[in-house]
Design a protein around this ligand. Structure first.
Ligand code: NDP
Ligand code: HSE
Length: 433
């Protein structure tokens, strides 16, 4: 057996992910040592309650409530506590003491990423965070390393398992939103507060992380436009299906090239995706990230976006990378933010739309609506009309050609105020063309 240099690993947190990381590290330690070129010694596990039941059978003597002492003696610190504090302070302490750090904490990275990266830069340490976006799916390293020689133009990601599970069951089984959300919570996909999932906060954090990497630009969480899926009902799903679409909560990160050069747009919302698009076939709680790069063309990364043991795979991959770096020596690679591209307001984004309206069913209505759309610079691509049960009103589903969001929203306001529209049922963007 090779007498490897020993690296001390401090694990912070032993919940859904941390307990699996510890179990796999203890189980496969010898094999990981051969891959890393260093012995990975789990020095301790910091938690709140050492006596709490765990998802894996772990030696009790490893547990401590003294995270700070554990961090002090560590070469690599793995943070799997979640949230902002104390995770942020612990990571800064670890970096300050010269350790490399591994984290899956999307909430922290999306809000305090630059602070952590700057601190790491100052001491030549490295921050690894493969598990912070799309769980087990390798997407951080492909964006940071594999595509470093290319130019990413667009990312469309299904990066929240809970909302994909809900929308997929609504689409395939006609299930009700509230029932499926309860099942997603019972299955452990949803965040402790499912608002983070259904209102798009979790996806927005991941979008900020992916866009920052893809476009070499720091993207603050506040710059990500966000809408959730609470208003998506069976009627919207059915009309999407009739038009050949499926509704998906998408994180869209896009390079927009204009006369003044490049800018970017980062947005999260439920969108219509053509049923032939690869993202349409992402079912259940799975995630997928569809990347369009100038030279590579379209690439799709697919798999488990959540789950303790699945996410542990990405964390351990980072651990092996960190250990290899320790063995090789040298300073860490800083975050690449040189491009510093401007970030567009959502109002300046151009996409196609589907507008669903309940209208009076009488002569002249279509002509009046067409006039409002034309005046608003919105060009009609398709119209579907069905008579409603009351016999005096109709449901109109209008598909548009590409339009600028601020033109579209102003037009929808005028449609709503016109005497012929009873109700604007929904306005959804169409993505993936
Ligand atoms: P859990 O809530 O299951 O576990 C959190 C752990 O942190 C617990 O062991 C808890 O200790 C410990 N902890 C909490 N506060 C403190 C503290 N002040 N000091 C020391 N330990 C503390 O979280 P998850 O494992 O689900 O998530 C961990 C991270 O991974 C998060 O950033 C999350 O966003 C990310 N992630 C999770 C995924 C998943 O599927 N679960 C997927 C992708 C990323 P105790 O057990 O004693 O209470
Ligand atoms: N709640 C998240 C999801 C967990 O549903 O995808 C993974 O970040």
């Amino acid at each position: 057996m090779i007498d490897y240099r020993r690296l001390r690993i401090a694990l912070l947190g032993a919940g859904a992910v941390g307990s699996q990381v510890a179990a796999l590290l203890l189980k496969h330690g010898d094999e990981l040592a051969d891959r890393a070129g260093a012995a990975l010694e789990l020095a301790g596990i910091a938690v709140r309650d050492p006596d709490a039941p765990r998802d894996a059978d772990l030696p009790h003597e490893l547990f401590t409530t003294d995270a700070e002492t554990l961090i002090l003696g560590a070469d690599i610190v793995i943070e799997l506590i979640g949230g902002i504090e104390p995770a942020r302070s612990y990571l800064l302490q670890a970096i300050g003491s010269g350790a490399d750090v591994v984290t899956a904490n999307k909430a922290l990275l999306a809000t305090h990423g630059p602070e952590l990266f700057d601190a790491a830069d100052q001491v030549g340490a490295q921050v690894y965070y493969e598990a912070a976006a799309a769980g087990a799916i390798p997407i951080i390293r492909p964006l940071r390393d594999s595509l470093a020689g290319d130019r990413v133009n667009r990312i469309m990601g299904i990066v929240n398992g809970t909302t994909n599970y809900i929308l997929d069951r609504m689409d395939t089984e006609g299930a009700d939103f509230d029932d499926v959300l309860a099942q997603a919570q019972a299955l452990g996909y949803a965040e402790a507060d499912p608002t983070a999932d259904v209102d798009g906060f979790d996806a927005a954090q991941k979008a900020a992380i992916l866009a920052s990497l893809a476009f070499h630009t720091t993207v603050p969480l506040e710059a990500v436009y966000r809408e959730g899926i609470r208003h998506i009902d069976a009627g919207i799903i059915a009309s999407a299906r009739r038009a050949g679409y499926v509704v998906k909560l998408l994180a869209v990160c896009e390079r927009v090239t204009g006369e003044h050069g490049d800018a970017i747009s980062v947005r999260v919302y439920p969108a219509l995706v053509d049923r032939q698009h690869p993202l349409a076939s992402v079912h259940g709680a799975n995630n997928a990230v569809f990347v369009e790069a100038e030279a590579a063309g379209p690439l799709m990364f697919y798999g488990a976006g959540a789950g303790g043991v699945q996410t542990a795979s990405a964390v351990l991959g980072d651990l092996v990378s960190a250990a290899r770096r320790h063995v090789a020596g040298g300073v860490g690679v800083g975050e690449s933010t040189y491009a510093n591209l401007p970030i567009l307001e959502v109002g300046r984004v151009t996409t196609r739309y589907q507008i669903t309206l309940d209208v009076d069913d009488r002569p002249g209505v279509l002509a009046e609506l067409a006039g409002i759309l034309s005046d608003g610079n919105v060009s009609i691509a398709t119209v579907e009309q069905t008579l409603r049960e009351d016999g005096v009103s109709a449901r109109l589903v209008i598909g548009t050609h590409k339009a600028v969001e601020q033109d579209l929203s102003g037009t929808v306001e005028r449609l709503a105020a016109s005497g012929v529209v009873e109700r604007v049922v929904s306005v959804l963007r169409v993505e993936g063309d």
